[in-house]
Design a protein around this ligand. Structure first.
Ligand code: CTP
Ligand code: CA
Length: 222
């Protein structure tokens, strides 16, 4: 892998990225979250460092060590992640949204533990900011890469997100192919169409994504 990235194609580039889930509290002991081990994002952070990039990783709660050479900023909620990203986005050359951001949060967060009462409970939710779409719509937006984990219709949904969020690249996978495990099978969607990568370890998939990203950055610069 090291030999693969000689010379380092991303040296001099600052990459800001998100990874892991977000956690939206309901009360001190309960909350809403998304399933995400953070493994794909952390593998990507390692591959980006190996490719010579300066990497800032805004991470939701995960049980993973900080990759060497990565600046890690820990957050819990989508709004904390949003704030941490927006503080840094203008200085980044590339933004990669890998995080499984909770689309909704509870309108009210109880200070004390909610006691059980009655047969039902309704919790009102409200939309969280779309971090990736907001970064991509900045006047001097970094080169934006998104992830799309879908349970069906991968091509339609992933290429839809490429257009809707005005991204340069979307990494798509079917959740049944990647979630929680150490291997993944992804398809890259860009303006040229779709490019499937072979099923491989998350480390190898990350290297494939970085190689594709480096080629795109190179083409955009020339
Ligand atoms: N994303 C984000 N902020 C959000 C929601 C999503 O930055 N509030 C980013 C994710 O990190 C990912 C991409 O947007 O890179 C796509 O996320 P996904 O959940 O697949 O897309 P959504 O636009 O939220 O659509 P839906 O969940 O309805 O499929
Ligand atoms: Ca979502």
């Amino acid at each position: 892998l090291i030999a693969f990235f000689q010379p380092k194609p991303l040296s001099g580039k600052t990459v800001l990225m998100t990874a892991g889930p977000t956690y939206e509290p309901i009360d001190p002991v309960r909350g809403i979250t998304n399933i995400s081990s953070g493994k794909m994002g952390y593998a990507l952070a390692r591959a980006l460092v190996m490719a010579g990039a300066k990497v800032q990783l805004v991470s939701g709660p995960v049980a993973l060590p900080t990759p060497q050479g990565v600046e890690r900023i820990d957050v819990h909620t989508a709004r904390e992640m949003h704030r941490a990203v927006m503080l840094r986005a203008a200085k980044a050359d590339v933004f990669v949204g890998v995080a499984a951001v909770a689309d909704y949060r509870s309108v009210e967060v109880a200070i004390d533990k909610i006691k059980k009462a009655g047969e039902g409970l309704t919790i009102e939710l409200t939309r969280n900011p779309d971090i990736l779409a907001e970064v991509a719509s900045l006047p001097a937006a970094p080169f934006c890469v998104g992830f799309a984990a879908e349970s069906q219709n991968l091509d339609v949904y992933a290429s839809g997100k490429l257009a809707a969020k005005r991204l340069k690249l979307v990494v798509g996978n079917l959740v049944q192919d990647g979630m929680g495990g150490d291997t993944n099978q992804v398809v890259l969607f860009d303006a040229d169409g779709s490019h499937p990568l072979p099923r491989a370890s998350k480390t190898e998939v990350a290297a494939g994504i970085v190689a594709h990203l480096a080629r795109m950055l190179d083409a955009a610069a020339n």
